[in-house]
Design a protein around this ligand. Sequence first.
Ligand code: ADP
Length: 245
Amino acid sequence: MKLETQAVTKRYGAHAALDGASFATGDEARVIALLGPSGGGKSTLLRVLGCLLVPDEGSISIDSKVLPHDDDGALQARRENGFVFQGYNLFPHLTALQNITLPLREVHGMNATEAEQRALELLHRLGLENHEHKRPSQLSGGQQQRAAIARALAPKPRLLLLDEPTSALDPVVTGEVLDVIRELAEAGQSIILATHEISFARKVADWVVFLAAGKVQESSPAADFFTRPKTQLAQAYLEGLSKYR
Ligand code: ADP
């Protein structure tokens, strides 16, 4: 897919989380990593690209199709996407299976039998067979995050958007969730991923958008970004992170 933004601004009160962010990916970008220091605007950009938020100014297109600016249009568009956040966001009172079937029935209009079949297929694909009837509190962090990924994938989203999906997990479990994401990428799922997992981004991303202070500082093929970052900010960022890895 080709992702393009022009002068996108999103404010929270007086603060511009995105401040005229412009970039374009290549035509065939499939796994796009949003990288950069905390507070730089990654999460806000991810939400704007996924139509969870409508920008105050500017425009965004995916494969030359401009994303809607009105709330109704954004609601429709967002239903075509799957989201996974840092904190799982599973419904605590529902089992893993019900967490997946509920939105399939209520949002995507599937009947109960179809929804259950699809949910079981996804839970098995993500290695959660035997855990279908557990509630989130009975699952480990990694299992909860895999259930959240299963939920996001169940309606066959065009785009899977992942916002720091491993930052609440310990290192062992992080590896388990990253393996799942890598398998999805290899199976051809289009993914946009905001992350601090640089070595992981290096393995799976084919395009990198580097953000700081609400602006896109670099937008490059991943191979170029990791070997020859163009800006000093990106160089310092990569050096700072590699020091501790
Ligand atoms: P990142 O994901 O790179 O850490 P964010 O997009 O979360 O960056 O945040 C960008 C800036 O916007 C930060 O300064 C953050 O404090 C601010 N911000 C993000 N979300 C909100 C919000 N809901 N209300 C107020 N400020 C916010």
